[in-house]
Design a protein around this ligand. Structure first.
Ligand SMILES: Cc1cc2nc3c(=O)[nH]c(=O)nc-3n(C[C@H](O)[C@H](O)[C@H](O)COP(=O)(O)OP(=O)(O)OC[C@H]3O[C@@H](n4cnc5c(N)ncnc54)[C@H](O)[C@@H]3O)c2cc1C
Length: 509
């Protein structure tokens, strides 16, 4: 029976795991070991809507306290400068997997010419607004928002919350792990300490000290589908720029660049393929397109892929230690939350005595999650016709999208219908058919079964868009919405005990 858990690593993965384990299973002893010298990765700032749901609804953290300490801003989706259109918005509310009852076809068939404002989130994004307004003027905070959050600030807040929950934090560098009959027996620190647990979480980031190094679990690379393996990163202090309620993803010569919006800081990074561009060339292109960025941006190396199993013997890897897929859809924290929740739920279910079949179930779920993200991102590269550089020609010709062959064939014959969900490796996945259809429609991937909308249909279609646009135009920008939620009189209605709020429980006034 597990009584004492040792977590290696105090980045966002290790500390989220520590908070989840200790808050949900308080009888556990949870110790985090981390090396201040190695520090944390310092990137990882875009999230998805499961992130606030995990923090507030699953863990039961106080929204008020969290907003005060971590100072997140809101993210409604990603604006892409991608493909043949000037730009498009992939928001967190439905656009393509949607069908108005007064129209004969689902939305996608009406988006050949104009693809914007087909849902509330995308309409808000198009108008740089974050939430619609309630009759009293206050923000009507929608349940499908995510956050932009500064990595180091977030890690500091998590450490505080973990300590308050009773987690012990030990500073020290692990030099090696001692093997035992059930996996790992103890961690050895540089200062001579030996730290023992009966269960270990490897949250050591890309070093994967326990799963990768000590247990030698094989790494499965995604390099046939995803060619980028580096990023140059550099941001600047915000001056007059408005705080945008979305991440921007802009096509670059050999990859893409993100723009992430913090309240006082703008974070930019260029994700590229080292096969296509040298680090110096990448930095030069990045600086040319971002003259406000620091002249010596830092380079981060990564590889996309996952370990064959995430849970081996008495070690489960969470975060970058178990797998990583490049940040185009900002999915790592999404996976971290899913990993933490699945682990805690399984440990509770088995009364802290995990079985082999439970480990296999966890691994199967996580394999599927990672492979699904790989496939979705591969599609982004495969369909992007914006630039004709060697890198992008290579992506269009050689990206392995074989898992999506059925989807692509079905789409080419039938167009953007929700039936396409049954062609996916698994119909229920993190992006739904919505995500795939957004990429196909927005990038104008051709299909045969075109629909000629009548004048009456066109009128009805634009009337629906006009409703979203009206809500967006009268909505609030990020700055104004922050002023509301920071006012001492602001009440979050979701300050309820964990698990007692409905899944879609939205903070409203
Ligand atoms: C370019 C880039 C952009 C990204 N953007 C996003 C994004 O927008 N959204 C998103 O969700 N994710 C993003 N990520 C992923 C992001 O890194 C993770 O989401 C997240 O920060 C989790 O990091 P971690 O805790 O696994 O690792 P880290 O932050 O690296 O933490 C590792 C911890 O382990 C400790 N450690 C390691 N080895 C030892 C040792 N031997 N002894 C003691 N301690 C040790 C370190 O000190 C540290 O505390 C991005 C990643 C990259 C590379």
């Amino acid at each position: 029976m597990i009584q004492r858990i040792v977590i290696l690593g105090a980045g966002s993965a290790g500390l989220l795991a520590a908070c989840a384990l200790k808050r949900k299973i308080p009888q556990l002893t949870v110790q985090v070991v981390r090396s201040p010298e190695l520090g944390v990765i310092g990137v990882g700032e875009g999230t998805t809507p499961n992130f606030p749901r995990f923090l507030f609804e699953y863990l039961g953290l106080s929204r008020k306290k969290f907003y005060e300490l971590a100072e997140p801003t809101w993210k409604l989706g990603i604006r892409f400068h991608w493909g043949p259109r000037d730009r498009f918005e992939y928001g967190f509310s439905l656009q393509m997997d949607s069908h108005w009852s007064d129209l004969p076809r689902p939305n996608g068939y009406y988006c050949d010419e104009e693809f914007s404002c087909a849902g509330l989130a995308s309409a808000l994004m198009r108008h740089d607004k974050v939430f619609p307004r309630q009759p009293n003027g206050a923000p009507d905070i929608q349940p499908w928002h995510a956050f932009h959050i500064e990595n180091r600030k977030f890690v500091d807040v998590l450490e505080l919350l973990a300590r308050v929950a009773g987690v012990e934090v030990t500073d020290g560098k692990v030099t090696h792990a001692e093997r035992g009959p059930h996996g790992i027996a103890a961690l050895h620190l540089e200062d001579g300490q030996r730290i023992e647990g009966d269960f270990y979480v490897d949250a050591s980031g890309f070093r994967s000290e326990l799963l990768g190094r000590a247990l030698e679990e094989p790494f499965l690379s995604y390099d046939r589908s995803l060619f980028c393996d580096r990023a140059v990163v550099g941001g600047w202090e915000r001056t007059t720029e408005p705080i945008l309620p979305y991440t921007t993803a802009e096509t670059m010569d050999a990859g893409w660049a993100w723009q992430i919006e913090h309240e006082h800081h703008i974070n930019r990074g260029y994700v590229y393929s080292s096969q296509a561009l040298s680090d110096d060339e990448a930095a030069a292109e990045f600086l040319r397109k971002n003259p406000k960025a620091p002249t010596a941006p830092r380079t981060v190396k990564f590889r996309s892929g996952r370990y064959r199993r995430q849970w081996v013997d008495n070690v489960v890897a969470i975060g970058n230690a178990g797998g990583f897929v490049e940040p185009l859809e900002a999915t790592s924290l999404m996976v971290v939350c899913a990993e933490c929740q699945t682990l805690v739920d399984l440990l509770q279910h088995c009364a802290l005595k995990p079985t082999d079949s439970m480990r296999r179930l966890f691994n199967r779920q996580m394999d599927y999650t990672w492979d699904d993200i790989r496939d979705f991102l591969a599609l982004h590269y495969y369909v992007n016709t914006r630039l004709d550089t060697p890198f992008w020609r290579h992506c269009r010709a050689d990206t392995d999208v074989s898992s999506l062959a059925d989807l692509l064939e079905f789409y080419r014959e039938n167009g953007p219908t929700g039936f396409a969900r049954y062609t996916l490796p698994k119909p229920e996945n993190n992006f739904g058919i919505e995500g795939y259809l957004v990429m196909l429609v927005a990038n104008r991937v051709p299909y045969l079964a075109k629909h000629q909308a009548s004048a009456a249909e066109q009128q009805a279609w634009h009337a629906h868009r006009a409703q979203f646009i009206a809500q967006a135009v009268s909505g609030l920008g990020v700055k104004e919405a922050l002023t509301y939620v920071r006012h001492p009189a602001w009440q979050w209605n979701a300050e309820a005990p964990p698990n007692s709020v409905p899944a879609a429980g939205a903070p409203t006034r």
